[in-house]
Ligand binder design. Structure first.
Ligand code: ADP
Length: 404
């Protein structure tokens, strides 16, 4: 069974194609500059690489171009479109819905209802999924929601202290996101260490950042709450914020609520604090050169990470492993160093040399550290491919539409 996992940006379409018999990555590729006069469609199979240039007006045309490339006799990783069992999406949020679902009009409506809760993600996904469903009516589309892994979070960690019925009637609670990544960290760490009973603190630090407390493979808490704008500061999204600052801001700035929410969702986080960039590499470079607000943005980011790290050490009564993943978690030795400094009392110690030189999957703790510390490149697409396969097989077994 072949499953394509799609990752959508406003003008980009990226995919990974898996053969689920051996859970093998068969091809990766995508389209850049959708909607521009000249878009680039690319595809990589092992060491081989193909590329075409030409107009690609929308996301449905992007999938069409990619399938065309995958079916091309030179590439030939698909024999026909029927070779593809389905397309999986790492969907973010929907009103009253979590788990893994076939994309139906009802699912799209539930996602649409939360456009304003997940403004950077939902509108792009809903628009593209609608186009794909129209253009490829035979192709099963599957939405694997990022909130799914966090269904095991108990009420004490899940509920906000608001009128109780808001949670029950309106779903106002800490949902948690980055579920595919934290689930991957849970299963991969258990496999690497050869045991399932583990307390893991998973730090996914990238464009979006979150920390998850995992006990015996299950999520117990996540720094992301009702929306993907919460928790740690993100590249340009705010993170935790006191809503009672809003009346003061409305009055002082003269902006509307929508404009302020847009500031919090697009011009805050590392970008807002530094006034310089939303990219950690730029901030590290600038801070080294003496840029004060770049240093400040890094300090706030590190403080927030340590805040959740401390909370989750309490929650789990310690930890067996701390995992760093995501573009920042995997690549920034200095950020990892700053997060882990002065934690001797918890017996959390980095090996400086390992931390500086490690690449890929690697332990980076000192020999005397009771808590292991690992770098672990995440593989969210593999999790979505598994979830897509499992749903399609379940539906086929229960007399639903067949899958190849
Ligand atoms: P997304 O959340 O969009 O999937 P990623 O997990 O790919 O993002 O992380 C992207 C971020 O990773 C970039 O914004 C950048 O800040 C950071 N990053 C990437 N490479 C490095 C590096 N070598 N050093 C420090 N930070 C890096």
């Amino acid at each position: 069974m072949k499953v394509l996992v799609a990752n959508l940006g406003s003008t980009s379409f990226k995919y990974r194609l898996f053969d689920m018999a051996q859970e093998q990555l068969v091809a990766r590729g995508g389209v850049e500059r959708i909607g521009a006069a000249q878009a680039r469609t690319y595809c990589q199979v092992g060491e081989r690489h193909w590329e075409t240039i030409g107009p690609v007006p929308d996301h449905a045309a992007a999938l069409e171009q990619c399938l065309h490339q995958l079916l091309h006799p030179e590439v030939a990783v698909l024999c026909s479109i029927h070779d593809l069992a389905g397309v999986g999406f790492k969907a973010v949020h929907a009103q009253g819905l979590t788990g893994v679902h076939r994309v139906t009009p009802a699912v799209l409506e539930a996602m649409e209802a939360y456009h304003a809760v997940a403004p950077a993600h939902n509108p792009i996904y809903v628009r593209a999924m609608r186009l794909l469903a129209e253009r490829f009516p035979e192709l099963p589309l599957v939405a694997a929601f990022e909130t799914d892994f966090h269904r095991t979070i108990p009420p004490a960690q899940r509920l906000y202290a608001v009128p109780y019925e808001w949670a029950e009637r309106f779903g106002i609670q800490r949902w948690g996101f980055h579920g595919a990544s934290h689930r991957y960290v849970a299963t991969r760490t258990a496999a690497l260490l050869g045991r399932d009973r583990l307390r893991i603190i998973s730090c996914h630090l990238g464009g979006s950042s979150s920390i998850c407390a995992i006990e015996d493979g299950q999520s117990r808490a996540c720094s992301l709450g009702m929306s993907p704008q919460s928790g740690l500061p993100h590249n340009n999204r705010v993170g935790d914020f006191d809503v009672f600052a809003l009346p003061a801001l409305l009055r002082e700035t003269g902006k509307s609520l929508e404009e302020l929410l847009d500031d919090l969702a697009c011009r805050s986080g590392l970008l807002g604090l530094s006034g310089l960039s939303n990219d950690l590499r730029d901030l590290e470079q600038a801070a080294q050169a003496g840029h004060e607000r770049a240093r400040l943005a890094l300090d706030v980011f590190v403080a927030a990470i340590r805040h959740y790290l401390g909370a989750y050490l309490c929650l789990l009564n310690g930890a067996d492993v701390i995992v760093f993943t995501g573009g920042i978690g995997e690549n920034s030795a200095s950020l990892r160093q700053a997060v882990c400094q002065n934690l001797d009392w918890f017996s959390i110690s980095l090996d400086e040399e390992r931390n500086r030189t490690a690449r890929g999957e690697a332990p980076i703790h000192a020999a005397h550290s009771r808590v292991q510390i690992w770098i672990l490149p995440t593989n969210e697409e593999l999790i979505v491919a598994r979830q897509t396969r499992d749903l399609l097989l379940r539906q086929a077994a229960s007399g639903g539409p067949p899958c190849s």
